[in-house]
Write a protein that binds this ligand. Structure first.
Ligand code: AMP
Ligand code: MG
Length: 421
């Protein structure tokens, strides 16, 4: 095992070779999931003006301090303010203005009394006419039911940071600030290659000795989930010529990253590394993890290249450990931490001393998260990835894991953590 590379060192060395892509602008309507290239500083206050948070009456708080159910205060109603209107006057002593939610607070007023606390709530004319007076049944303090300008955001405040992958609420803030176009990092174009004489595509009949190329689709999904643009190319046969042809076709796509699966082990037909040496360079090969040992990294025609193992689970695990962080760096994302929880092992586990990613189901037992293996840990068993809640990480150097050991689990789907159920 001495010749196997350390997982963390390998990842660090890989990330040193990867640099964020250039910046472009995107219309805000297409910005979901894109990564901000610059900090966003608010040019204006939000809300831009003090406004009412209720339908009711804008008043001067001092006029209604004594109001109560037994002793209503009657005020003269001067005008009406709807959302989108500007007040046509000011509210003087013993005066009020009818106001709707979101409408600007008129000068002179400093509080809003909700309509439910006035006699206006019993009106039968559908509020068509403005009443001449209104009875206030409840006292109000200054600022009650008023949203001051800048309550949400202050002009000059940094509201979003470069490296943020935009969520719907982030887009809402940008729209509120009038940002119709946003500076984002270009999305990585990722070519996905598959190699293997045994592979057929999903629509083709399965001949003897053949299996379907699932990796290309899984990897395309993982690329898309991580903000990249996947470009799947047709499968290469296990020959130098065909693999060479495929890598050339990959470069024609002007990719930012090339991922292949299979053909990087030590089998006689594993020619991917040979072709990569010819067209570029293999910088790292064979890492101390399980599944996924044969992982290769290098460059082809100057484009960073990952040679993932062919086994479907190995391909997914090595994607998660190495390719996902590389994609995060390419797309300018601030952090690439995978969601981890701690769990106690529910059974004794033997490992071979490599860093191991074991598929587990998680259950909450008396407030404690317990991880149990999903049955077969074969690196060819893709259904185990469907059924698993997460990947239990057994550190390198560990061979015996007694039941009840606390270890990290990389979540594959959201689970309720103990205490939150
Ligand atoms: P290899 O890395 O070429 O030794 O392949 C390891 C295993 O992964 C073999 O059982 C292959 O049949 C399988 N395999 C290789 N490529 C794919 C693929 N694209 N989709 C599904 N399984 C694959
Ligand atoms: Mg093969």
């Amino acid at each position: 095992m001495a010749d196997l590379l350390n997982v963390d060192d390998t990842l660090n060395r890989i990330l040193q070779q990867i640099h964020p892509l250039s910046t472009e602008e995107t219309p805000i309507a297409e910005a979901l999931g894109r990564v901000l290239a610059q900090d966003i500083v608010a040019p204006i206050d939000l809300p831009p003006f003090a406004n009412s948070s209720m339908d009711g009456y804008a008043v001067r708080a001092e006029d209604v301090t004594g109001a109560g159910h037994g002793q209503p205060v009657r005020l003269a109603v001067k005008f009406d303010i709807r959302a989108g209107d500007m007040p046509i006057g000011a509210v003087g002593p013993h005066e009020a203005a009818r106001i709707m939610t979101g409408a600007p607070l008129p000068e002179g007023a400093d509080a809003v009394v909700p309509v439910e606390q006035t006699d206006d709530q019993w009106r039968s004319d559908g509020h068509a006419r403005l009443p001449e007076t209104v009875a206030i049944y409840r006292h109000a303090r200054r600022g009650d039911n008023v949203r001051p300008s800048g309550e949400d955001i202050r002009a000059g405040e940094t509201v979003l940071q470069a490296g943020t992958a935009l969520r719907p609420q982030d887009i809402g803030v940008l729209v509120s600030l009038g940002q119709g176009r946003v500076p984002v990092v270009r999305q990585p174009r990722v070519v996905i290659l598959a190699t293997g004489d045994e592979l057929v595509d999903v629509g083709e009949p399965l001949g003897p000795g053949q299996i379907r190329n699932s990796n290309s689709y899984v990897l395309a999904g993982l690329v898309a989930e991580n903000g990249g643009i996947p470009i799947r190319l047709p499968t290469a046969r296990d020959s130098l010529d065909d693999v060479r042809r495929c890598f050339r076709a990959a470069l024609d796509q002007q990719p930012d990253l090339i991922i292949s699966s299979a053909g990087v082990s030590v089998g006689t037909h594993d020619v991917v590394r040979d072709v990569v040496q010819e067209l570029g360079e293999v910088m790292m090969w064979r890492v101390n993890l399980r599944p996924g040992k044969p992982l290769a990294f290098g460059q082809v025609g100057g484009v960073p290249f990952f040679g993932l193992p062919g086994n479907p689970v190995s391909a997914m695990v090595t994607f998660d450990v190495f390719v996902r962080p590389a994609l995060a760096v390419l797309s300018g994302r601030q952090d690439h931490a995978a969601p981890l929880v701690h769990a106690l092992t529910g059974e004794p586990i033997r490992s071979d001393g490599r860093r191991s990613y074991l598929r587990v189901r998680l259950s909450d037992e008396n407030g404690q998260l317990i991880a149990r293996l999903t049955g077969t840990q074969s690196s060819g068993a893709l259904l185990s990835m469907v059924q698993a809640d997460g990947l239990l990480i057994v550190p390198e150097g560990v061979t015996d894991v007694p039941a009840g050991t606390r270890l990290s689990v990389r979540l594959l789907r959201p689970v309720n953590r103990p205490g939150s159920r």
